[in-house]
Design a protein around this ligand. Structure first.
Ligand code: ATP
Ligand code: MG
Length: 726
């Protein structure tokens, strides 16, 4: 393939960015303007036109999926293998650095990654050990505190002295947590980044090696980097001035997780010779979608400022649907998806985007009922399910016997007669002698202080893990996983249990073996590192992403945060209500409100052809019925880009026009008309008793859809039906 093929499908500004000479580059541009495309083509350009070796390139993407796509696209462009190219997420790449240099980074060879759920459990256990009351020292708050300190690059020992007793205690907990992790060979997410930074900073030889090796470092979604991430990019590139970043300040949505928009300004200061390029043409969305996005984001202050335009036509207006309640909302969305598929659309081209994970359930139920395949990103992910975590815990114990959370998790799963008393003794000794649980158990058995039965049961467990470890030697990854699932007794345990759930667990365990087989083919796997360690890291880091890979054409469900960087022909932005989106916590805080607005901007700009926005006038949220006002973001969109829609032929239509309703939807009872509410029981002279399903129209035109026990569902004119409430 020719060089011209790399630059032909680009506009002038993109071409300039792709072929920019060997120094730092900042592409600052709005959504859908081709930033990611520029990054991919720049890598291809460097490899082909500049003759750079794949080994000399480090590229950071936002998700593992994006990394795989990037590799695939480069390979397609160049028709050459990109083996050796380092591309991945910050966490994934940090893991790779640390695996290669564990001893220099002060970690044991078999260190394991602690996901946030395991981290939470570990903190709870630590609080018990420290005899601190969870009510006064909430584990979630401590977890947040520790992660924030790490994201900012602060170790417990470096925190400034404080007279505040609360601060002092937090610091003590942080210190104890660090010691515990170090002892058990555990690395949490924030630690991966911080440890990599420290490793590069403190190991001059290693730093020099990587600085020499990586002639080009490229970063996508740069606006969402945090302090530590910036710090290690800086270390790698400070001498060569070879950092290329692309980003959009309007899409910075991880402030709550420590991301720093200021990194854009810092970059401009730290790399004074950089070239800056702006892209303004949008290739993704229709004119209406783009105008709406532009108008919305213009309300934020302190933007770096840019406007997007498109050569495409205005396209269809954005459809706004005011639902009675969340049931009606999901009916509407699923109905439209059904129609889309009927008309030849691909399911995977349709996405439902929501603010909070809890919103997915209503859509999932309807999709399940109709047998429409779907896939949820995030939420309870495959690798987070209990049985999968059990199996992974065995694997982790095989890799590193001193993995305390793994030990705690499976010592009695499946049950093997190790009593609570014995376990308490193990914990007590571990605490007292600063040992791992494994070492404490060995010592207890060796010292002969346990009653014979207890000692036998405990020794049985240690033997089991050691036998499994020995058997796993030299086997393929999937065989090791299969071994863990079988020899641990987990599979047998769930096979014996009755019921659907147990069946699902058996299937999941089998699927885990399948996932391991699949993983061995993963292009991102580093051939120089052990397969099992990489698989476990993958399970901890990229949990949700590859789930359901077998489902090729399914409807996509995800939070707005997870949708970053993606695009779909058909997008549903649901739940646009005050208190949900923008979230309740942001209503009082202007900075957070702006972040919510950016999130809405991200949501709108995911759509290529058609965007629906929905909101419900009544919503059951966290177990309570609420009557939310429609979101201010909806009101901030220019009316000429919008149209109000109703459901035809079956499902309800909106009560009040989304466009005209002042905020009547804020009033309780706004969902009721003609004296009836959805779900209300009624009696009809001829058809008997039934339940109101839907309502349509006003005044003399008002119709209701009633599900009668005897005769099924019927549409009736309210004026003639003589329905009696019961
Ligand atoms: P986001 O900010 O959402 O991450 P982005 O700036 O990274 O967006 P891309 O995803 O790279 O944008 O591009 C958006 C869409 O426009 C893609 O489908 C891409 O293939 C297409 N595109 C980009 N540039 C061009 C071009 N010059 N000609 C044709 N299509 C293009
Ligand atoms: Mg992008």
């Amino acid at each position: 393939m020719d060089i011209t093929d790399i630059i032909a499908p680009l506009n002038e500004a993109q071409r300039e960015a792709v072929t920019a000479p060997d120094r730092s580059l900042l592409v600052l541009a709005g959504a859908g303007s081709g930033k990611t495309r520029v990054l991919v083509h720049r890598i291809a350009w460097l490899l082909r036109a500049e003759g750079v070796s794949p080994h000399a390139i480090l590229a950071v993407t936002f998700t593992n999926k994006a990394a795989n796509e990037m590799k695939a696209r480069i390979e397609a462009l160049l028709e050459l293998s990109t083996q050796g190219l380092w591309v991945g997420t910050f966490h994934g790449l940090a893991h790779r650095f640390l695996r290669r240099h564990a001893p220099e980074a002060g970690l044991p060879e078999g260190f394991q990654i602690l996901d946030s759920d395991d981290q939470y459990r570990l903190i709870r256990r630590l609080l018990k050990t420290l005899e601190l009351d969870e009510a006064r020292w909430p584990p979630r708050q401590i977890q947040w505190y520790i992660n924030t300190q790490k994201d900012e690059g602060r170790r417990a020992r470096n925190l400034p002295d404080s007279y505040d007793p609360f601060e002092q205690q937090m610091r003590r907990i942080y210190l104890a947590y660090e010691e515990l992790c170090q002892r058990s060979g555990l690395v949490d997410f924030a630690e991966l980044l911080l440890r990599t930074h420290e490793f590069l900073r403190d190991n001059a030889d290693a730093l020099a090696h990587y600085q020499e090796r990586f002639q080009h470092v490229l970063v996508d979604e740069f606006q969402d980097t945090n302090s530590v991430q910036y710090a290690w990019l800086r270390l790698l590139t400070q001498d060569r001035d070879n950092l290329s970043v692309v980003g959009d300040d309007d899409q910075s949505i991880y402030g709550w997780r420590g991301a720093k928009i200021e990194n854009l300004h810092r970059f401009r200061r730290d790399y004074p010779r950089h070239r800056m390029i702006r892209l303004e043409q949008n290739y993704r969305s229709t004119g209406n979608i783009l105008s709406a996005a532009n108008a919305l984001i213009a309300r934020n202050e302190g933007r770096l400022g840019k406007n997007l335009w498109t050569e495409g036509g205005r396209g269809e207006p954005i459809s706004v649907y005011a639902a009675f309640n969340e049931q009606d909302e999901s009916c509407f969305v699923i109905e439209r998806i059904r129609r889309w598929v009927e008309e030849g659309g691909r399911r995977s081209d349709a996405a439902i985007l929501y603010r909070s994970n809890a919103q997915s359930r209503q859509f999932e139920e309807k999709l399940l009922a109709l047998g429409i395949p779907y896939r949820v990103y995030g939420g309870l992910r495959f690798f987070e399910r209990a049985e999968i975590k059990d199996a992974l815990a065995y694997l982790r114990l095989i890799a590193n016997h001193h993995d305390d959370p793994g030990f705690e998790r499976v010592i009695n799963t499946p049950t093997r007669g190790i009593g609570a008393k014995t376990l308490d003794l193990v914990r007590e000794l571990a605490r007292f002698e600063q040992l791992s649980l494994w070492a404490a158990a060995e010592k207890l058995i060796g010292d002969g202080v346990l009653p014979a039965r207890a000692a036998g049961a405990l020794a049985g467990f240690l033997d089991l893990v050691e036998t499994m470890a020995a058997a796993a030697q030299g086997r393929a990854l999937w065989e090791q996983v299969e071994l863990a699932v079988k020899s641990s007794g987990l599979l047998e345990h769930y096979r014996k249990e009755k019921g659907e759930q147990a069946e699902a667990r058996v299937e999941n365990l089998e699927e885990l073996v399948g996932a391991a087989r699949q993983f061995e083919l993963d292009p991102l796997i580093d051939p120089e590192l052990g397969g099992l360690d990489q698989f476990l890291a993958h399970a901890a880091l990229e949990a949700g992403e590859n789930q359901g890979e077998s489902c090729e054409d399914c409807v996509q469900l995800m939070t707005l945060h997870a949708a970053k960087g993606l695009e779909f022909n058909l997008v549903f932005l649901v739940g646009l209500e005050e208190g949900l989106f923008p979230s309740l916590q942001s209503l009082e805080d202007p900075a957070r409100l702006e972040e919510e607005r950016r999130l809405c901007y991200v949501g709108i700009t995911r759509a290529r052809r058609k965007l629906y926005i929905t909101h419900a006038e009544c919503r059951r949220l966290y177990g309570k019925e609420t009557y939310p006002r429609r979101s201010r973001f909806l009101r901030e969109l220019p009316p000429d880009c919008l149209e109000e829609v109703r459901m035809k032929g079956g499902v309800s239509r909106p009560v009040a026009s989304a466009m005209q309703s002042a905020d009547t939807s804020a009033m309780p009872g706004a969902g009721a008309r003609g004296g009836f509410r959805l779900g209300q029981r009624v009696r009809h002279g001829k058809f008997g008793e039934g339940v109101i399903l839907q309502q349509e129209g006003d005044g003399a035109q008002a119709r209701v859809h009633v599900n009668f026990a005897e005769v099924g569902a019927k549409w009736l004119m309210l004026a003639y039906a003589n329905l009696e409430p019961i």
